[in-house]
Design a protein around this ligand. Structure first.
Ligand code: KG4
Ligand code: ZN
Length: 346
């Protein structure tokens, strides 16, 4: 056993086939093969195609991760895999491949909750950034499938403060982009256009913003974009499109930051981590940085390479679980939350 657990991790919950080798929170290699091109023409992820492409890519991606880390299977302490939540067929490819590998090289296999992986993305280090331990914090988890505020006391001690009642923030971006004919995934393209536009140009609703809770709602915002298009047609110029994107982004960022800073204040934890694909959003990062400065809390956002789905975060979470004495187990699941009893430590 290495001083810090060395883990080969696999992630295949949605449309990225990823593998990584980590020493605890230090990334030795991280390979991500995205399927965006496969799904883009359908305007969203097609589950059956995702499974098939994971199957085609997984062996090469794992071999690349091992080669880049200059690591043989013998040098590993454990293998980790995302066990859920995600698309069942896609998860199955990673889980079965990891089971086979673990059996072949006689190493323990740990299943990791995808969102616990995202929590560890804020702790990852590499040649450009020092790894950090998991400190108590409020996490704003914002991805294609989740929008949640979670109080993280320590590994396995997660209290859900609030979540979205309908669409996730990333999903809202993807749906708005589809309405505007901007393709999939919508987040990066709306984010780029928003930089050129006026966030006050179009009045759009801020769902649940005034409610004194930590819940979110983004479906009304999506409907408001649809109604705007029905009334005014698709934006006739790049400037008009940029204005609509900037207004949309302001509406999303406004509620996310408003509720996150309130959660930090009430929790007394003094620290906010923003993780998940939407953490890459430039508007969100800037607004959160301004709030952190004003309120005096510590803000951590992972570098862009660890915001979207990757396996390094899964490996780091598994390494922490090994160090905490968790027994190896994998239980494929598609919907469970971070506060599920299965995430608690023994
Ligand atoms: O964490 P992630 O890679 O996969 C899931 O676990 O869902 O998140 C993907 C989501 C997509 O909805 C995508 O549109 C969104 O993250 N996203 C962004 C940006 N980059 C990715 N949303 C807003 N701004 C971005 N720059
Ligand atoms: Zn994710």
């Amino acid at each position: 056993m290495n001083a810090v657990p060395r883990v080969l991790a696999i992630e295949s919950s949605c449309d990225e086939t990823a593998a990584a080798v980590v020493d605890g929170n230090r990334v030795r290699s991280s390979v991500v093969r995205t399927q965006i091109d496969v799904h883009a023409r359908f305007g969203g992820v097609v589950p059956e195609l995702a499974s098939r492409h994971h199957l085609g890519a997984i062996a090469t991606v794992v071999d690349e991760a091992l080669a880049q880390a200059q690591c043989s299977l013998d040098a590993l302490d454990a293998i980790a895999v995302t066990e859920g939540p995600g698309l069942v067929g896609a998860l199955l490819v990673g889980v079965q491949y990891a089971r086979g590998l673990a059996l072949a090289c006689d190493r323990p296999l740990l299943g990791v909750h995808h969102m616990e992986g995202h929590l560890f993305s804020a702790c990852l280090g590499d040649d450009e950034r020092e790894p950090t331990p998991l400190a108590p914090h409020v996490a704003l988890l914002v991805s294609g499938g989740h929008t949640e505020l979670v109080a993280v006391e320590r590994l396995g001690r997660y209290t859900l403060l609030g979540a979205t009642r309908d669409d996730a923030a990333g999903e809202a971006y993807d749906k708005a982009a589809k309405l505007l004919g901007l393709g999939y995934p919508g987040g990066p393209v709306i984010d780029r256009l928003a930089r050129e536009g006026d966030p006050g140009a179009v009045a759009l609703p801020r769902g649940m913003a005034d409610r004194d809770n930590f819940e979110f709602s983004f479906s009304g915002l999506k409907t408001a974009v649809l109604v705007h298009i029905e009334q005014h047609g698709l934006p006739p110029s790049r400037a008009a499109l940029a204005d609509l994107c900037a207004s949309f982004q302001a509406a999303v960022v406004d509620v996310l930051v408003r509720k996150a800073r309130r959660a930090v204040r009430r929790s007394g934890l003094g620290r906010l981590h923003i993780v998940g694909g939407v953490a890459a959003n430039a508007g969100l990062r800037a607004a959160a940085a301004a709030a952190a400065q004003q309120d005096g809390f510590v803000l951590v956002v992972p570098p862009l390479r660890y915001c979207g789905d990757n396996a390094a975060m899964i490996g780091a979470a598994a390494a922490a679980r090994i160090e905490a004495g968790c027994a190896p187990s994998v239980e494929l699941h598609t919907t469970s939350g971070l506060d599920d009893a299965r995430q608690q430590l023994p």
